[in-house]
Design a protein around this ligand. Structure first.
Ligand SMILES: Cc1cc2nc3c(=O)[nH]c(=O)nc-3n(C[C@H](O)[C@H](O)[C@H](O)COP(=O)(O)O)c2cc1C
Length: 392
């Protein structure tokens, strides 16, 4: 079974991603992993930290001579800011005078709930782990899942549908999303350059007022075969597992599969995707085709062979340059919320993190369905199943 976890704090020495269960023999392209880390750091409206850090994956185990060996893979991503925090966040007791307390909890963050839960006198340790810095480790693990999925011809990418009040007013094609994925400059991750320019103006305007902004990203998984996930048990449904994975991304507050939100206010005849049958072979494993994909590639918790489409809705960033009202932990006196260096808009970056979560989910389900301890065995089993579908 493919499993992963992360460790590390925002200003600690390093982040760690630990991923196990990948078959042996998956080619590991470190430039691809590092490019994924770079993609997470991009986007107009990011804070100063992105200028200090250029994340690099340091693989400690589980990859030898450019391929996975079936053993757990540990990846370290060093925090380049650690030198400025070594005395403030030492592993040993250190000097209490150096401690950088987060004196008043920031609304919209885990600060207050975390301090109460873990009985901390202030929110420093809460911030350190709840921060989305952790998502860099997810992206590293997700890059390995993507590399495994590539051996099956499955690709995953994202794009931005909305930043604040500015939205893309049409659907994006897979070709456009794939082209965006390959681009060496990421502004706001929108496939339409005129809309992206307006999104940038939106961030500029919001930034001038000291406020922050949220938005919507869409992750698409392309060439996923029918049959991943099942309706047989509630917790094995693909839609439920993807929703949970994407909802776990910091600041995501709603998840939509396909056109789920519009569907809720439409008639059945307008929503459901008709089923056709092609007389000739198609590029897909099955000749059953759909003229549209409102279901987002999932029916009854099972992938149906269309692109899997998952949207994440992000709340505006919680840390405000014009801080909201809060209360001091020590005196209980009213004050302004603490301010830590912060991003203003992270919609494209959150899309990259969500891609990783979608990749890890689909890779786990693919490995469960097709099995195989080596990439060769996985591919052979996969090909056998595709053949079965073709002959259906
Ligand atoms: C890539 C990424 C970067 C983020 N950067 C910041 C940031 O700089 N400042 C901030 O206040 N929140 C940031 N967030 C959001 C917070 O991490 C998140 O809102 C907070 O941890 C509370 O969790 P919740 O919103 O899921 O409840 C970021 C989220 C993502 C996905």
């Amino acid at each position: 079974m493919i499993r992963f976890s992360t460790a590390g704090e925002s200003h600690g020495e390093a982040l760690i991603a630990l991923i196990s269960g990948l078959p042996a023999g998956v080619p590991v392209d470190l430039d691809f992993v590092n490019r994924e880390l770079w993609r997470r750091q991009q986007g107009y409206g990011r804070g100063g930290r992105m200028k200090i850090e250029t994340d690099k994956a340091h693989v400690l185990s589980g990859v030898r001579h450019g391929k996975t060996i079936g053993s757990p893979i540990a990846i370290e991503i060093v925090n380049r800011d650690w030198k400025n925090w070594e005395d403030k966040l030492p592993v040993e007791a250190g000097d209490p005078a150096q401690h950088q307390a987060v004196a008043s909890p920031r609304p919209g963050h885990a600060d207050l709930a975390g301090a109460l839960k873990y009985n901390f006198p202030d929110a420093r340790y809460v911030l350190e782990r709840a921060s989305a810095r952790e998502s860099a480790a997810r992206v590293a693990a997700g890059a390995l899942a993507k590399l495994m999925l590539r051996t099956l011809g499955i690709e995953i990418a994202s794009h931005v549908l909305r930043v604040g009040r500015i939205a893309l007013d049409r659907a994006a094609t897979w070709q456009e999303i794939a082209t965006l994925f390959a681009r060496d400059e990421i502004i706001l991750g929108c496939v339409d350059s005129a809309t992206e320019a307006r999104m940038k103006e939106e961030v500029e305007e919001i930034s001038r007022t000291g406020d922050t902004v949220g938005g919507v990203f869409e992750v698409v998984a392309h060439d996923v075969p029918p049959g991943l996930g099942t309706y047989a048990n509630w917790d094995e449904r693909l839609d439920g597992q993807l929703a949970s994975a994407v909802m776990s991304v910091q600041a995501v507050k709603a998840v939509e599969i396909g056109r789920g939100v519009v569907a809720a206010e439409s008639f059945g005849s307008q929503v459901h995707d008709p089923i056709h049958y092609a007389s000739e072979d198609t590029a897909k494993p099955t000749r059953f085709t759909r003229p549209q994909n409102n279901a987002g590639g999932i029916e009854g918790g099972v992938s149906n062979g269309e692109d899997i489409v998952v949207r994440g809705y992000l709340k505006p960033i919680s840390t405000l340059r014009k801080p909201l009202e809060s209360v001091r932990f020590d005196t209980r006196q009213a004050t302004s919320a603490s301010y830590e260096r912060s991003d203003i808009c992270v919609v494209p970056a959150a899309g990259v993190v969500a891609e990783a979560m979608v990749a890890l989910t689909i890779a786990r389900l693919a490995q469960e369905k097709f099995g195989g301890d080596s990439a060769l065995e996985l591919r052979r089993n996969f090909d056998g199943y595709i053949q079965q579908i073709r002959n259906y």
